[in-house]
Design a protein around this ligand. Sequence first.
Ligand code: HEC
Ligand code: HEC
Ligand code: HEC
Ligand code: HEC
Length: 157
Amino acid sequence: MSVRVTLALALSFGMITARSTSAADYIGAERCGHCHEQEYQQWKNSGHALALVRLSKVQQRDATCRACHTMSPPSEDPALAGVQCESCHGPGRFYSPRFVMKDAELAKLLDLKPVAEETCAPCHAKDTPSVRDFSFEEKLTLVRHRAPAESSKKPKG
Ligand code: HEC
Ligand code: HEC
Ligand code: HEC
Ligand code: HEC
């Protein structure tokens, strides 16, 4: 489908409008995983996926900890717990339909964000309690979903 046609479709669905993000704009990692199995499997066992559930029950309710240990905006939905796909890639409600995903330009218009140093910065800040320094280049290699040689493989769809 051409960008023009998909854009017209998106507009007619009311997808592109001025709006602020709410919990309803996030679909959760499991649903991304229906199409991105490899990325999902790699993420599922990562510290990011477990970031909330590893905290004590009291800490899990503490807004200070939740600011970095789960997705914002706040949600009680366990399907949205931890640092998720959408914490890095942007809220997926509008870009996750297949016809949007296949059109990189349209997906970008509909909230799919490039992952850059600013993506990590709100949580991996200078004053984040950590024994390790955060070097973007180095840490990026630890969150990649696949080895560089494989990165040309297309997801199913
Ligand atoms: C219905 C299936 C489907 C779902 C659900 C889906 N995707 Fe995709 N996604 C695709 C397809 C297909 C492509 C690849 C487009 C291509 O390479 O032709 C893609 C591409 C991507 C890309 C690469 C974009 C680029 O320009 O390199 C990212 C990142 C991505 N998806 C993230 C997500 C995230 C995060 C979610 C959940 C919020 C998600 N996707 C949900 C099918 C899906
Ligand atoms: C500014 C963002 C931020 C806030 C606020 C924050 N954390 Fe973290 N936390 C992180 C990051 C980032 C890491 C990973 C740091 C690293 O290992 O380099 C982390 C790591 C941790 C770890 C270690 C996890 C492990 O297995 O290595 C614990 C435990 C933890 N945080 C508890 C808390 C608690 C409890 C609170 C609330 C009082 C809190 N954090 C608030 C960002 C934050
Ligand atoms: C900590 C941030 C982070 C999280 C969390 C994250 N990703 Fe990614 N993702 C990236 C980065 C960085 C890249 C680009 C990799 C590169 O530069 O080689 C990427 C690339 C992708 C791509 C493009 C193809 C590929 O594998 O390189 C897809 C699809 C994708 N992510 C889907 C997902 C899904 C689905 C989830 C959740 C299950 C997820 N991501 C969670 C950072 C993240
Ligand atoms: C929403 C907040 C958030 C975002 C965004 C985020 N992280 Fe994290 N990250 C965390 C927390 C919290 C932990 C600790 C999780 C645990 O182990 O319990 C962590 C842990 C990690 C770890 C494992 C500990 C370590 O330092 O070796 C790496 C690597 C990492 N993050 C890299 C990244 C990179 C790279 C990005 C950006 C592309 C990113 N993160 C984005 C919150 C975040």
